[in-house]
Write a protein that binds this ligand. Structure first.
Ligand SMILES: Cc1cc2nc3c(=O)[nH]c(=O)nc-3n(C[C@H](O)[C@H](O)[C@H](O)COP(=O)(O)O)c2cc1C
Length: 161
């Protein structure tokens, strides 16, 4: 299959949008990711995929802890800010309200939910690394609506059946 068709097929599958945060040597890192998925209930495991060229790999591999922040429908600006690789790690947090987790990682306020994880395994995934994380803690705001990524665009849910 050619790359273009592969991208279009994968893009036709809607996902939520997360920002994955980490810290290394007092510098905070964060990037937008739609590759988050749950993996296992017993034990509780999740995964995400990160481009091997991404800056966050070093922080993740050094610190071993990360937070998955699941973005809500009013956080499209945050989605774009954390996907902008022209911004330095700290600049990505400009104007973003946060609090610190037990492991000193930034939790983005007003997200739908967050999950704090410890890296269990890093698996080779072609031009990406697959990070498998053991779930430690988390929190959920059930009333919020999610941001949705579909066909290369950020959307909101508009109808439920
Ligand atoms: C909606 C959306 C989803 C994204 N999902 C991923 C992803 O799952 N994995 C990835 O490596 N990059 C993903 N990106 C791109 C990264 O957010 C972007 O390359 C970021 O600059 C990487 O940050 P870093 O190099 O500072 O670690 C996504 C971008 C957007 C807009």
């Amino acid at each position: 299959m050619n790359e273009d068709l592969f991208k279009k097929i994968c893009g036709s599958y809607p996902t939520g949008v997360t920002v994955i945060t980490s810290v290394e040597d007092k510098t905070n890192y964060g990037f937008t990711a739609n590759s988050f998925t749950s993996v296992s209930i017993n034990p509780l495991l999740v995964l995400f995929c990160l481009n091997k060229a991404a800056n966050s790999n070093k922080a993740l591999k050094t610190n071993k802890f990360f937070i998955i922040n699941i973005l809500s429908s009013d956080q499209s600006k945050i989605c774009n800010q954390f996907a902008n690789n022209k911004l330095s790690p700290e600049k990505r947090f400009d104007g973003v309200e946060t609090k610190n987790s037990k492991n000193n990682i930034k939790i983005i306020s007003n997200s739908i939910a967050w999950i704090e994880c410890k890296i269990k395994n890093i698996i080779d995934g072609g031009d990406h690394f697959i990070y498998l994380g053991e779930v430690l803690s988390g929190s959920l705001s059930e009333k919020k609506q999610p941001l949705v990524y579909h066909n290369g665009m950020i959307k909101k849910l508009f109808k439920s059946f």
